[in-house]
Each structure stands twice: as structure tokens, then as C-alpha cells.
Design a protein around this ligand. Structure first.
Ligand SMILES: [Zn+2]
Length: 236
């Protein structure tokens, strides 16, 4: 197991170095160097396919023990949220345990829906779909939109993703094909500039959604990523 981790760490270090050279070459417009770097990167990935799964193997090992020791017993509940609450929040790792702890939520209390930023991007995206299911199928009557301080989705830009994708082997031709299929990657991957404004926008989309019943309460918040303190964001 340990050997796998050190291989994985070494592969990561190599990838970071390759990426740095990649950025310099890209700035200098050296196409041949770029192509060679992509080839080298893919070679390293092919050399260490097992090392990339080391963490998942460790999780599987833990899981077998968890089930065998009946670690699940204190979590047993049903699919209906006891507090009739849904929380739309960010996938940020700082919130994994902090969010339910700071809101006093236990297993079975609420439907927690997460994505990058805790956003509803369009009125029929997957976040809204989950909320609709939570309302009509699972009895949710209150929704909290909870963004957080120092969110990684704030100030995201497509140009960053574009460079990363090329460095990881995605070709411009593939990006072109996606564009021609009508997908606006700029919009799809863009972040928000102002967290408060972003919460207001998401709350507004949910409140005014034609499929969300008017008696469902929708309120917006920003949680402090360190202390868990909630600040309510009121509509203007
Ligand atoms: Zn976030």
C-alpha cells in the first residue's frame, strides 16, 4: 500500500513539473514542446495506473471493516427528511462535516444537494431537478441555499480549464466539436464574481420557478468556511 502511495506522489510531482513547463511553452507558442509534454504526461499515467486507485482501495478496505463492525447502526433512518428540509450547498471539502454540524443536522434530517458553488445555473439543471424530487417525492417544504466564504467556484474562468484540459490530453478538436454541438463551455464553467449576488440569483430562480409550489420557503445564506457561522442574504 505504502509503495503505491509513494508512486502516486511521485507521479503527481512529475505532472506538476510537466504542467509548469507546459505553461511556459504555451506562453512561448511552442507547439512541438506542448505535444511532447502531453505525450510524456500520458506515458506517466500509463506507467502508474494502479497507483491512481490507491486511495479508493484504502476506502474499500475501511468499508469492509465498517460494515463488519456494524458501524452503520447509528445512521439507520429512512428516505424522508425528518425536518422536511433541503439544503443546496457547495461540494467544498471544508463543508463535508462542518455544514451538517453547524446546522445541527443529523442523518435523516435533510436532503443535502451539492455542486460546485451551490448554484442553480439554469432553471432546469440537475440542482433544480433534485429540489423538485425533494419537494414532490420526499415532502420537503423548506429550502436553504448555503454558499460559503472563499469558495473555489468564485472567479473560476474557462481559460484556466482550457489550459488544464489541453495539458491533460484533451484536444482543441474535441473542444471544437463540443462547441459545434451547441455547448457554451465559457458559460458552463464560469464561476461567479460576487457570492452574495450569486446566492440571491439562485434563491430567486428557485422561488420563481414554475414547478416550485409558492408555499415552499426558500432562504439564502453564506456560511463561514471556518467557524460555520451563517449570514442570511436577503433579497434586494
Ligand atoms: Zn465552494
Amino acid at each position: 500500500m505504502l509503495a503505491n502511495y509513494s508512486k502516486w506522489a511521485a507521479a503527481l510531482r512529475r505532472r506538476r513539473i510537466i504542467y509548469k513547463i507546459y505553461k511556459i511553452s504555451r506562453a512561448a507558442g511552442e507547439q512541438e514542446t506542448l505535444q511532447s509534454l502531453i505525450t510524456i504526461h500520458n506515458y506517466f499515467v500509463s506507467l502508474h495506473p494502479i497507483s491512481y486507485t490507491a486511495m479508493i482501495d484504502q476506502i474499500l478496505e475501511y468499508n469492509r471493516k465498517f460494515v463488519a463492525e456494524k458501524g452503520y447502526e447509528k445512521y439507520v433512518t429512512d428516505k424522508y427528511p425528518d425536518k422536511k428540509l433541503a439544503v443546496l450547498s457547495c461540494m467544498d471539502t471544508r463543508l463535508t462535516e462542518l455544514l451538517p454540524a453547524a446546522l445541527g443536522l443529523r442523518n435523516g434530517d435533510a436532503k443535502i444537494i451539492k455542486n460546485a458553488g451551490g448554484l442553480v445555473i439554469t432553471p432546469f439543471d440537475s440542482a433544480i431537478r433534485s429540489l423538485i424530487v425533494a419537494i414532490y417525492e420526499l415532502g420537503v417544504d423548506s429550502i436553504m441555499v448555503v454558499a460559503h466564504s472563499h469558495c473555489g467556484a468564485c472567479h473560476m474562468s474557462y481559460s484556466h480549464f482550457h489550459d488544464e484540459m489541453l495539458a491533460r490530453g484533451v484536444t482543441d478538436q474535441t473542444l471544437d466539436t463540443i462547441r459545434k454541438c451547441g455547448i457554451d463551455l465559457n458559460h458552463w464553467l464560469e464561476g461567479f464574481k460576487d457570492t452574495e449576488e450569486s446566492v440571491r440569483k439562485t434563491v430567486e430562480i428557485i422561488r420563481t420557478h414554475p414547478l416550485v409550489p409558492r408555499d415552499v420557503t426558500v432562504r439564502g445564506f453564506i456560511i463561514d468556511s471556518e467557524t460555520g457561522a451563517l449570514q442570511e442574504i436577503l433579497s434586494k
